[in-house]
Design a protein around this ligand. Structure first.
Ligand code: SIN
Length: 538
């Protein structure tokens, strides 16, 4: 099947939905998403969205906190523009129907999280993402110009170079091939503008609080199409996910520490005061490393997050979802500390984009967690991600609309999908086995503490698995598991290669071989150019 649209949006979290809403007044939008429209990381976001509350707010302090958390690697111009657009995008969200929590004076109730020097986080109790996703999905579903295709997973982008089978002076994106998971067929979509808003890649690691869809699809597709990626070594580990055999890494929001919770060892000793002046509210990389160290030093499986000094009424009112979820696992957080461990949470690197969200491929925009805008540097400041998603969606939408007004009306003709001589696989176990092996390998060798030896070992294993996947990919019919496996293998390799490049420790990248920060040589992004046309045509 072949479809055409003005705007193809891949992904349905805050970035994809808000881009779709911004451009839908001027053209047709096709929004493609892998599962149900609200099965996204946005929906799981608890803490909130960081933004100073008025035009007079302290933008400078928000910028400084972002620079400090990102260990001086964030691009100051990008931080500044993002922070300054905060009030405008909060207004957009409110206009689309998002209801943030208010205090007794009916003002917006601002909370605090790690690395923030003041209260500047809009939230909807402890389920901010759920509220944002609810409102935006409703607005999208009610918009006549937006068509949604659920249960469709993008396979690869269509570029001018690939379409013509030769390198182009300026490569541009013409759309994507998408796999209809229920219909088991490939849809070819031609688009004037293609937007990747596919979220992060937590599933590259064995333990993650990300949803199952977080398989780095956008990063892998853009890189294969020839776009450069940057800062892929900076995978953020959230310090506090629930430690319970059945809990599948349920997040315990940093806002819990923002409202006074304390990290303790099994014997009750609080340990963050020795680590950082901000104690339990130190930036995330520091807290995650401190927990990892405590667990290794004392041979414990977890540490404990204690909020029992606050009243039960307060806890139940402020954190109703976390309270209820912990209770389901037999933990009453009003009476006992919550057992917690770090887990993979957020990819700070991604497809390298400019200040309008455009990648190195013309008309290919990448927004949200799949992008590296320069905002996060070596470690993302808590609650800056929802802000970045909606700010860059708006900037990408403005640029696309300006270009739409001056671009030719005709769509180029696109070659259809060619499935070659693929047959049905008789060894699906290979896919499941390789998934497990990559995730375990990344957790063991490319986690919170790294070394050259561990990284080299990981690279060798992943490259072997890659060969097997490529062979499998060309010989057998597509499944969504196979498409995702190919993507996590690509992303895993990009993370390891970036980590091997950075010969210092900074933020989320800590290596025993270079334990110090090296500003002279490494105060810069690690960039891996996109796959070359020759590689692509193999
Ligand atoms: C949290 O609620 O702790 C997550 C917020 C974030 O990752 O920004």
């Amino acid at each position: 099947m072949k479809l055409t649209t003005d705007f193809l949006v891949i992904g349905s979290g805050i970035a994809g939905l808000s881009y779709a809403l911004k451009v839908a007044e001027q053209g047709s939008v096709l929004l493609v998403t892998k599962r149900d429209i609200d099965f996204t990381a946005t929906r799981l976001a608890q803490g909130g969205i960081a933004a100073v509350s008025t035009e007079q707010g302290d933008f400078f302090a928000h910028t400084e906190d972002t620079m400090v958390a990102g260990v001086d690697l964030p691009h100051r111009d990008i931080v500044d523009l993002t922070v300054r657009m905060g009030p405008k995008v909060i207004e957009d969200l409110i206009n689309w129907g998002v209801e943030f929590s208010r205090n007794e004076q009916n003002e917006y109730d601002m909370t605090r999280e790690g690395g923030h020097s003041e209260r500047r986080i809009f939230h909807a109790k402890d389920a901010t993402g759920r509220e944002i996703e609810r409102a935006l999905v409703l607005a999208v579903q009610n918009h006549p110009a937006i068509q949604v295709l659920e249960n469709h997973i993008a396979i690869d982008l269509i570029t001018a170079a690939k379409n013509l089978h030769e390198p182009c002076a300026i490569n541009s994106c013409l759309g994507a091939h998408v796999f209809d998971i229920e219909g088991q067929s490939v849809v070819t979509i031609g688009a004037r503008f293609t937007v990747l808003a596919t979220g992060g890649a937590g599933k590259v690691y064995l333990y993650t609080c990300n949803p199952d869809v977080a398989t780095g699809d956008g990063v892998a597709m853009a890189w294969r199409a020839g776009a450069a990626v940057a800062n892929m070594e900076f995978m953020q580990f959230h310090p506090t996910t629930l430690y319970h055999p059945n809990a599948k890494s349920f997040l315990i929001s940093e806002a819990v520490r923002g409202e006074g919770a304390i990290l303790r060892r099994r014997d009750g000793t609080a340990f963050m005061a020795d680590q950082h002046p901000l104690k339990d509210l130190a930036p995330r990389d520091i807290v995650a490393r401190a927990i990892d160290h405590q667990m290794k030093q004392y041979g414990d499986d977890c540490v404990f997050l204690d909020m029992t000094h606050k009243s039960a009424d307060y806890i139940c009112d402020r954190f109703p979802m976390i309270y209820e979820t912990c209770l389901e696992y037999g933990i009453d957080m009003t009476k006992e500390p919550i057992p917690v461990v770090p887990a993979a949470h957020y990819l700070c690197g991604g497809v390298q984009v400019d200040s309008h969200g455009e990648s190195g491929i013309r008309n290919l925009f990448v927004i949200g967690e799949s992008a590296c805008t320069g905002l996060h540097g070596a470690n993302r400041l808590a609650s800056n991600s929802l802000l970045e998603g909606v700010v860059f969606a708006r900037r990408a939408a403005e640029t696309s609309l300006q270009r739409l007004a001056s671009s030719p009306a005709e769509f180029p003709s696109i070659a259809p999908w060619d499935s070659g001589n693929a047959t049905d696989s008789d060894e699906e176990v290979i896919v499941a086995h390789n998934w497990e092996e990559i995730r375990r390998c990344m957790w063991s060798y490319v986690g919170i503490v790294r070394s050259n030896k561990r990284l080299t070992r990981a690279l060798m294993r992943i490259q072997l698995i890659q060969q097997e996947i490529i062979e499998y990919y060309w010989n057998f019919h597509l499944t969504s598991d196979l498409i995702e496996l190919r993507n996590i293998a690509t992303v895993a390799e990009l993370i390891v290669k970036s980590a091997l490049q950075r010969k210092e420790s900074r933020g989320l990248h800590f290596t025993l071989d270079y334990p110090e920060r090296d500003d002279q040589n490494w105060k810069k992004d690690t960039v891996i150019p996109g796959a070359t046309f020759e590689n692509l045509s193999q």
